[in-house]
Design a protein. Structure first.
Length: 167
């Protein structure tokens, strides 16, 4: 069981994050309304491309945000990997790039439920961080612990929320 699996919904855990190599698709000013398209195209290209170059996934899919979302986002969508991607890979109209999840003091919590509840979950999480005497910092990311499928109950989805913090 990973440390993230031990974080209970609504509980805030502070920890030291280590830098993790990732492979991502980056988008700037990407329409929030088109997120499903971005995820589908990213993961449709990502896993076959990693297999072709012999890099193994080493974690759970995520999205990393470098600014507060509005009607658009600045985002990386990808997966932690066993070793760094040496150079970008182009697969059709998808550009896979090396990146990292950052190191530093961080906070995390778990959200159980559909993606439409993530905004409220982020609000409660950020408020809890401030109440604990810390300040959220960029970037922040979502880890999609439960893989969605068309026939699943959205109420069973688990998404971990993580952000760097400064005291």
């Amino acid at each position: 069981m990973s440390d993230a699996d031990q974080t209970r919904p609504g509980e805030i855990e502070f920890f030291e994050a280590t830098e993790v190599p990732t492979v991502v698709v980056r988008r700037t000013d990407y329409p929030l309304s088109e997120m499903a398209t971005l995820f589908d195209s990213t993961f449709g290209a990502l896993f076959p491309a990693l297999a072709e170059v012999g890099i193994q996934p080493a974690g759970i899919p995520f999205s990393l945000h470098t600014r507060m979302p509005t009607d658009t986002v600045d985002i990386e969508v990808g997966i932690p990997v066993s070793s760094a991607l040496p150079a970008p890979l182009e697969r059709g109209d998808v550009l896979l790039e090396p990146s990292t999840q950052p190191a530093g003091t961080a906070a995390r919590t778990a959200h159980i439920g559909g993606y439409e509840g993530l905004g409220d979950a982020w609000g409660a999480f950020m408020g809890g961080i401030v109440a604990a005497g810390e300040a959220p910092a960029f970037p922040f990311w979502e880890i999609y612990v439960t893989e969605p499928s068309p026939d699943m109950d959205p109420a069973t989805l688990r998404t971990d929320l993580v952000t760097l913090v400064t005291g």
